[in-house]
Write a protein that binds this ligand. Structure first.
Ligand code: SF4
Ligand code: SF3
Length: 541
């Protein structure tokens, strides 16, 4: 195996024997094969589109779900991944027969699944591209597309789709197989991926807000009630909605974990009295927190930490998520999923053990912040707010991430943190106070709600009459872990944001030359110590 797609990759270079995430070499290789056949199918659909054929939505969904399945910590289930490869090959065969010139297609498109799959998987992984710069760009694009796929899948679950995004996604996937493309071509495609990243996040924002209303300022309870509960994690709001409906009047409460916390900000979910609050912290704390929760846990997406035996029988997966030995709740897009197994399971469980008390405040997505625009603009004009610091992205296990807690604490009192994603857990429970009633941590929501932060920045640019988004008093200090953060980063680059600091380490998949392009053209930089970064960002004050 060779995998270097996430921030925790072994030695900041690549996992080669097993994943730091817990992925086995066998699963890693099978995921490589799934990516390969998905790229092959995408080359076929791209050729058919060029012939004027329409591609059915079910195929678009198959492709996005395949990529989503290979995102870090989403699916560890070898059999589920093999089944997706079989389904993909079966879907491709009749389409391939319609391509006018199949000889022009890459080998991945023409592979019919014959031969030994383990041998094949070993030949088609990341290292099969020899030139390190081409490999770096192909992987950067592929990881961005994985993130885009995840967001598309959530929009699809709410019956929204955009054929233009799917067509691009497949064209770009196919382009990563094209040996005639130069590094410059792939740099251009990387930026185009960012463009569609913006479209994908906008589509999901529209799907979420049309279904559930605009997020609004909300106090989320951190304590627990006396009923048994179900804990929901991951990013899929439609799954949560179905579960909330099915748990009504059952005596079972529902709590959020990690990236599901922002669900509390949506008006539509406030009508459920049994939707109690948020339990615990970011994904990587789940071993302790799932243990003490006592009830069943539903993982709707990444990030799964391989479970301890003590609670493995309480861990359920759905959608792209999977773990061998854990029950998977099926259900295609548009279908009602049946969560009765979790509900019955919960009834046999003790209520959750309390981890903490109190509440946290969030719900500062674009509509809410724009509703407060006068107050915010006034605070900036009066000097009460000197700078905004975008600290969106992912949390992770690395000890070096304590930097983000220390950085938040060290920020001058006249700065406001704009956050989204599970990165927030590094500082959302600190008492950082407010500025004239505006909290110093404004949480827009999940990682995809980084889109809201971009909308807010563009609005501020307009209000202040600036011609360049980089003239705003905004610092970008983003934490990344998995591939959704990659599409968020590419989206920000596409929007023209410069001088983004990315940590806790720069991606291992950036070759020195590709990193140089990002540094020279976009001012991308890493992080240093809190003291050094404070001096860099605020030294002039
Ligand atoms: Fe390693 Fe990350 Fe890949 Fe897991 S996802 S195998 S930790 S690089
Ligand atoms: Fe977190 Fe996995 Fe990335 Fe949606 S839950 S941000 S790491």
């Amino acid at each position: 195996m060779f995998c270097y797609q996430c921030q925790e990759t072994a030695g900041c270079a690549g996992c080669t024997r097993a994943g730091v995430c817990g992925k086995t070499a066998q699963v890693a290789n099978t995921q490589d094969l799934l990516v390969y056949v998905t790229k092959g199918l995408s080359a076929v659909t791209t050729a058919l589109r060029a012939q004027g054929e329409a591609i059915p939505a079910s195929l678009n969904q198959l492709i996005t779900l395949n990529l989503f399945t290979t995102i870090t910590n989403a699916n560890f289930d070898q059999e589920a991944i093999l089944q997706r490869i079989r389904d993909t090959l079966a879907a491709k065969a009749p389409l391939l027969a319609q391509v006018q010139d199949p000889s022009a297609l890459p080998a991945a498109a023409r592979w019919d699944g014959s031969g030994d799959w383990e041998e094949k998987a070993a030949q088609v992984g990341v290292l099969s591209t020899e030139n390190e710069d081409i490999r770096s760009l192909r992987e950067l694009i592929t990881y961005g597309l994985k993130g885009l796929s995840a967001y598309s899948k959530h929009a699809n679950a709410l019956l929204q789709a955009d054929e233009e995004i799917d067509a691009f996604l497949q064209r770009a996937l196919a382009a990563t197989l094209d040996d005639t493309l130069t590094a410059d071509d792939l740099v251009a495609l990387t930026l185009e991926t960012g463009k569609y990243g913006v479209s994908g996040m906008a589509l999901l924002d529209q799907a979420n807000t049309q279904a559930y209303g605009n997020p609004e300022i909300t106090r989320v309870q951190l304590g627990v009630g006396k009923n048994p509960g179900i804990l929901v994690s991951g990013h899929d709001l439609r799954d949560l909605e179905m579960l909330l409906e099915q748990t009504k009047d059952t005596g079972v409460d529902v709590y959020t974990h990690s990236e599901m916390l922002p669900a509390h900000y949506y008006p539509a979910f406030k009508k459920y009295p049994h939707f109690v609050g948020n339990y615990g912290n970011a994904w990587w704390k789940q071993k302790e927190e799932f243990e003490s929760f006592h009830g069943p846990i539903l993982m709707t997406t990444n990030c799964i930490v391989p479970p301890k035996d003590s609670y493995k029988d309480r861990l359920y997966t759905t959608g792209a998520a999977g773990f061998p030995g854990c029950k998977h709740i099926p259900g295609a897009i548009g279908e009602e999923k049946d969560f009765s197994a979790l509900i019955e399971h919960a009834k046999r469980c003790a209520p959750p053990a309390e981890l903490e008390q109190g509440e946290i405040v969030g719900g500062f997505a674009h509509a809410q912040v724009l509703a407060l625009a006068d107050q915010v603009v006034e605070a900036v004009k009066s000097g009460a707010i000197k700078k905004f610091v975008v600290m969106a992205g992912c949390d992770g296990r690395a000890k070096s991430r304590s930097y983000y807690t220390d950085f938040a604490k060290a920020l001058p009192r006249d700065t406001v943190i704009l956050t989204a994603g599970c990165a927030k857990y590094k500082y959302n429970k600190l008492d950082l106070g407010d500025i004239n009633g505006i909290p110093r941590v404004l949480d827009a929501g999940q990682c995809n709600d980084s889109y809201s932060l971009a909308v807010i920045a563009l609005k501020l640019k307009e209000v202040f009459g600036l011609s360049d988004i980089n003239d705003l008093p905004i610092i970008y200090n983003i934490a990344w872990y998995e591939q959704k953060a990659v599409i968020v980063l590419l989206a920000l680059l596409y929007l023209g944001v410069k001088n983004i600091h990315l940590g806790p380490t720069l991606p291992a998949f950036l070759s020195p030359n590709v990193a140089k392009v990002l540094v020279e053209n976009f001012g991308i930089a890493g992080i240093r110590t809190v003291e050094e970064d404070m001096a860099l960002f605020f030294g002039e004050q």
